[in-house]
Design a protein around this ligand. Structure first.
Ligand code: ZN
Length: 350
């Protein structure tokens, strides 16, 4: 990746998508998008459509457009899923579109249009009313800056209720936020998602503490950091047990064992959190779905980390229901740790 820029533009009465490419000399000098953010309109120009355009230039020859577009004739942006499975499918399809659009192996320019209803931002309403909040899914995700929740699911505003915290751990405030969403939007909210991601800094911290217990002394008095790491250590331990069971006690002494342990712990931590949330909400909201997944920073797929980035299979893509019991967690841990990805990181023959 040798250059990258973003543009956010807002055009009243846009007959069609407009894009402006910056030449390379401008990019090299550093482009200031400030002027582009000013909407252009004249006295007679009524606001009839709104486009928010994000342009990413990721290499000399490869471009793609991710476009948020309001089309009053397109009712898709107002459609609410009727079940948690339908909501889950919407997110999985959105992530598939995002991953395919940003696939660096493709030569042609890619474009994705995300239906976007600016009325969710108050556009078009009078001064008396704010738009109703109508998310169809709540997402508990990591605060990592590389994982923009709405973007990776190709969703617009007022579709997702997003709670982000390092390590996507379930502290009281996060649980309270999700309780608020589930309790206040029962007509529209069908699904709760726990979204982990590869190479998570918070999980890395927990893995390092697990492998080198002496490091725990460094955070002994840092209760805020400890409150995150402590919640992840159970998943790290479960992953370590599975690795040792499958590949021997020496496996965690290998040079890349930390990376392997991290991959497994990330997804087990998400599955564990999803399990807790399902327990939390099942009695009061039996129709609510709870799923988990891990966002891969390389393929930009939400998936289980079973295979290396170049060999991702269909079965590992998507969002998944958490296990029901201890045996289910053991099977999941063994499946992840017996996958090609973890084995390749451990240097174990396939
Ligand atoms: Zn993270």
């Amino acid at each position: 990746m040798n250059c990258q820029f973003y543009q956010f533009r807002w055009w009243p009465r846009t007959p069609k998508l407009q894009t402006i490419w910056l030449n390379r000399s401008v990019q090299r000098e550093g482009h200031n998008c400030e002027n582009n953010l000013k909407p252009k309109r004249d006295a007679s120009d009524e606001l009839t459509s709104l486009s928010l355009c994000v342009e990413l230039r990721i290499c000399e020859d490869r471009m793609f457009d991710l476009i948020y577009r309001f089309d009053p004739t397109n009712t898709e942006s107002q459609r609410t899923p009727q079940s948690w499975k339908e909501a889950c499918d919407l997110l999985v399809r959105g992530n598939r579109d995002f991953a395919e659009m940003t696939d660096g192996r493709k030569k042609e320019r890619e474009m994705r249009v995300i239906p976007f209803d600016p009325r969710a931002l108050g556009w078009g309403s009078d001064t008396h009313g704010a738009p109703a909040q109508v998310p169809f899914a709540a997402v508990l995700g990591c605060a990592d800056a590389r994982v923009p929740t709405e973007m990776i699911f190709a969703k617009g505003c007022n579709e997702l209720f997003v709670v982000r915290v390092a390590g996507n751990v379930l502290g009281r405030e996060c649980l309270g936020s999700l309780r608020y969403a589930v309790g206040h939007f029962p007509k529209t909210l069908k699904l709760v998602v726990v979204l982990a991601h590869a190479r998570c800094g918070a999980v890395t911290e927990a893995v390092e503490v697990y492998l080198q217990p002496g490091r725990y002394l460094e955070i002994a008095t840092d209760h805020s950091i400890r409150s995150i790491a402590d919640q992840i250590l159970v998943a790290v331990r479960a992953a370590a047990i599975a690795i040792e069971l499958l590949h021997g006690h020496e496996a965690l002494s290998q040079p890349n064992s930390q990376a392997a342990l991290l991959e497994a712990a990330v997804v087990l931590n998400a599955a564990w959190t999803a399990y807790c949330l399902r327990k939390e909400f099942h009695e009061g909201f039996p129709e609510l779905g709870v799923v988990y997944g891990a966002y891969d920073l390389v393929t930009r797929r939400v998936r289980l980390p079973l295979s290396p980035a170049t060999e991702v299979t269909e079965e590992e893509k998507g969002l998944f229901e958490p296990p029901d019991d201890v045996e289910g967690f053991q099977q999941l841990a063994l499946r992840i740790c017996n996958g090609k990805l973890v084995k390749s990181l451990l240097g174990v023959s396939q």
